[in-house]
Structure formats: C-alpha cells, structure tokens
Design a binder for this molecule. Sequence first.
Ligand code: 5CA
Ligand code: ZN
Length: 381
Amino acid sequence: MSQLRLYDTARREIVPFEPGEVVTMYTCGITPYDATHLGHAAAYVGYDVLQRRLRDRGHETRCVRNVTDVDDSILGRAREIGVHYLDLAAAETAKFDDDMIALGMLPSWSEPRATSAIADIRGFIGMVLERGHAYQAGGAVYFDISTYERFGQVSGYDRATMLEYAAERGGNVDDPNKRDPLDFVLWQPSLPDEPSWDSLWGPGRPGWHIECSALALRELGTTIDLHGGGADLIFPHHECEAAQSESATGEPFVRHWMHQAMVRMDGEKMSKSLGNLVFVSVLREDWEPMAIRLAVVKHHYRDGWEWHDDLMPAAADRLARWRAGAAAGGDGTAVLETVRAHLDEDLDTPGAIEAIDVASAAGADVTAAALLLGVRLSPDG
Ligand code: 5CA
Ligand code: ZN
C-alpha cells in the first residue's frame, strides 16, 4: 500500500502521515449562531474524506468536533434577537447536524459543547498557572507568551503578522491588563447579562481558545494525531491552543496540523460576520445533497476557491454521468485504486474526480471510488 502523505501546516511541507491503528483527530466545530454555510461544509468535507481513506486503510478514526456554545459572537447574537444563548445554540446545532447528515458526513466520535467543559477548563487554567505560564489582572487570567519559547511554531508568522491577525480576529490587542498585546485571555469576567461561572480567579467565563485545548485533552488525551479547522484558525486560535496545551502538560500537543483553505464569495472569505454567505440548507432546496458535496470536493482542500452559481449545475451533471457509468456496470477496481493513490498524495480530490470522470465515461462502475469521496451514487448506498 502506498504511503499516505499530507501537508502539515507547522512543518510547511507534505510529509508522511503515519498514525497508529487508532487515529485521534480534533476539528474545530461551529459557533452555532447562524446557519451552516459552504465554508463550514468545505472544512468538514476535507476531514471526512481523510477519515474515509484512513478507515479504508484499516485505521479506526476518532474525530472530535466541538460546538462553541458560549463566546462573544453567540452571546452578542442572542442579546440582539432576545433569546437565551443556549436556545440559540441548540436550534442552530440541530440545523447544522441535519446539513452534515445530508452531506453524507461520517458521525463525529464526539461533539462536546464548550459549556460542558467549564470544570475541565478551570482545571486546565489551574495547570497553566501552576506552571508559571499565566497571570491574573483585572479579574481575568492571561496566558503569558514570554514564558513560551515556541510561540509561532504552528503559524510560522512573524510578530507583525501575528499582531495584525490578533487585532482582526478578536484578540483584544488594546486590553490594558495585558503585559504583551499577544497575551491571550484564558478566563474573563462576564458582562452583567452574560453567563458566569464561579472560579478561583473570580466569576466569569472562558476565553475562546481554552475550550479546544481542554476538550482535546478530555476527549482524546495529551497528544493528538491531527488537529485542524479552517485556515482562518491558524492564528491566533491554534497557535494559542498549542502554547497553552504544551505549557499545561509539558508534552507535545499535536503531531500534524491540517487546515482547509478559505471558501470565498464576492472576493472575500465567506463569513457570518461579513454576510456573504451561501447556506447549505438553501442550496438543498434546489439541489440534491450529493451534488453539493461534489461541488465542494472538486476543489483541493489547500486551494482557496470562490463560490459561483455555475458550480451546482456542473456538479449535478457530473453526478448524473457517474450514475450512468455505474448503471453500465463495468469493472470499477482499477479506478478505485487510482482514487486511493490520489487521496494518498495530500488528498488530491480534484485528481480523483478526473480519474472517476474518465473511468465512468468508459462504462466503469465507479460506485466504490465515489464513496471514498463520500459521494453516494445510489440513494441507499
Ligand atoms: N467555533 C470556532 C472554532 S473552535 C469557529 O471558528 N466557528 S465558526 O463557526 O466560525 O467556523 C467553523 C469552522 O468552519 C472552522 O473550522 C472555520 O475555520 C471554518 N470556516 C469558517 N469559514 C470558512 C470559510 N469561508 N472557508 C473555509 N472554512 C471556513
Ligand atoms: Zn477550536
């Protein structure tokens, strides 16, 4: 069997991915304050294809995907529309789950909510403080990046770039309580109408990054095989996770980092905050879910791509062609092997799709090959 090779964000090159029999993975899940858009779908489709190929190679995969049910954005939206934040989270998570099932996603090994981890988070912050990597100021607890030499190991960004992204992505660089603007919050006081939990450092709520470190440790252990999410999370989110996790445990946090490039619309990252969104649920009104999945896997996970309306009819045509090939019933073993080889080379889904196109046009039954991409050709397949 060929070697499975994957790009590692931290090493900045394609390297062999050689986990043990059980593969532990953690992918950053949604903040459920709005519907699932194509950017989310793309992020999870990539991890799904990876899991399918790993299982096909004989591994057991355990992929944890958290739900950020308490943070600035969900609390802000709940306040704006006048509902309890947990009701908002529950409603949006249910819709997200429905979209994920429709898109043929393997079930997650677990889907823990951030609010399920308050006790774990408090314990985790205690470990970081005890080892001298954090300080208290103004009712909050901050991670002290001056105590952690490898800050920057995941992103490879220089300080100026880190400052720019921290300012853009909710890092509160102007917070006067911080010793360094790149220090980040582990625990913070809540506003009067926000949820608040008791802690040794005063009442409050967790910072954002800490939930993923605490949940990865709780669910999967000290060192995990693979961690990722969208590339927008490389900094500060994953950089900060790595810093606090390695500071808390003294052990390596992640063996391999994998990030999905951004899906764009109108030239900008598709995002809830900008509002340039294509919702999966809206696309599902006009197109079958497998065509939506095909429109996504047509792109390589490391190439950012722009959404445009022609993608759906093209994907639906392709699905129909593959089905016609499957009905013709020719031998599909060769194309299955070709697809495996493409996936083993940094999840080359565009290459795999081209190979399926060719085989299908020649009358091969491409059902098994398509299924490795998570594309079901028969309704009950
Ligand atoms: N709850 C946090 C992670 S702990 C969060 O980032 N939530 S999110 O709802 O904003 O994003 C969910 C996932 O979708 C993240 O992995 C994020 O990186 C990814 N994502 C968001 N927008 C895009 C996009 N336009 N293209 C690709 N991936 C995206
Ligand atoms: Zn996360």
